[in-house]
Design a protein around this ligand. Structure first.
Ligand code: GSH
Length: 218
C-alpha cells in the first residue's frame, strides 16, 4: 500500500493528491497534523528536511512532489497519463512543471512564510521582489496559454497537477489581475477539474490557517 505523508492544506500535497485522484490510485494518508504526531516523527526520521509530501512504498521513500508523480506514472499507471510517453512531449510537461514550482510557488511561499515571521525578522525587500516575480510569471503564462487548454497543450498532465494549487494560492497571495484573462480562465478550469476540486474541498476546513487571511471565494 502506498503511504502519503501529507497535509490537505499544503499546495505541494494537493499537487500529488490531484495525481492520485486523477487515476483513482489507492493510498493511505499519513496526516501531518502537528510536529508532535506519530506521522511527523516518522517523516522526520525518513527525511530530515521535513518538507512534504513524501511517498513510501514497501520501504522505498520517494521525495519531491514532481518525482512522486513520476513514480506513480511508472509504478501505478492509470487511465490518465500524467507524463507523456513521448520524450519530446514529456519535455514540455516537465518544463511547465518547473515553471509552476520555481516561478509561481516559490515566490508565493516566500510571501506567505514572511507573513508568519516575527515582525523584526520580516523581509519587505524580498517580499516586493516575490510580488514582482509573480507579476512576471502571470504575464509569461498569459502568452504561453494561447491556444492551450492545459499547461502543456491539449492533455491534462503533471504540470497541471502543480498549476492547480500553485495558481490557487498565488491568487490568494498576489491577485491575478484582469490583464491576465487566460490565466484566470485556466485557474477556473483547474478548479472545475474533479480531482483538483476534491483536493480543494478536503482542504476547506483548514482555510483559517492561511496567514494572509483566506478570501471569501473559490
Ligand atoms: N520541493 C518540495 C517542496 C515541498 C514543500 O515546500 N512543502 C511545504 C508544504 S506546501 C512544507 O513542507 N512546508 C513545511 C516547512 O516548510 O517546514 C516538493 O516539491 O515537494
Amino acid at each position: 500500500m502506498l503511504e502519503l505523508y501529507a497535509h490537505p492544506f499544503s499546495s505541494y500535497c494537493q499537487k500529488v493528491l490531484t495525481a492520485l485522484y486523477e487515476n483513482g490510485t489507492p493510498f493511505r494518508m499519513r496526516l501531518l497534523d502537528s510536529p508532535q504526531c506519530e506521522a511527523w516523527r516518522e517523516l522526520a526520521a525518513m527525511w530530515p528536511i521535513q518538507r512534504f509530501p513524501v511517498l513510501v512504498e514497501d520501504g522505498r521513500v520517494v521525495l519531491e512532489a514532481s518525482c512522486i508523480i513520476e513514480y506513480l506514472q511508472l509504478y501505478h499507471p492509470g487511465p490518465v497519463t500524467l507524463v507523456p510517453q513521448d520524450p519530446h512531449e514529456a519535455l514540455e510537461v516537465r518544463m511547465m512543471d518547473r515553471f509552476f514550482d520555481n516561478y509561481v510557488s516559490t515566490p508565493q511561499q516566500k510571501i506567505v512564510f514572511d507573513a508568519i515571521r516575527a515582525e523584526a525578522d520580516r523581509d519587505p525587500y524580498g517580499v516586493a521582489e516575490a510580488r514582482a516575480q509573480l507579476e512576471k510569471a502571470y504575464a509569461w503564462l498569459e502568452k504561453r496559454l494561447e491556444g492551450r487548454g492545459w499547461a502543456a497543450g491539449a492533455d491534462f498532465s503533471l504540470a497541471d497537477c502543480g498549476a492547480g494549487p500553485f495558481l490557487f494560492y498565488a491568487d490568494w497571495t498576489h491577485r491575478i489581475g484582469d490583464a491576465f484573462p487566460r490565466v484566470l480562465a485556466y485557474r477556473q478550469r483547474l478548479l472545475a477539474r474533479p480531482a483538483f476540486a476534491r483536493a480543494v474541498d478536503e482542504a476547506r476546513p483548514y482555510r483559517s490557517f492561511f496567514p494572509l487571511g483566506a478570501p471569501d471565494r473559490d
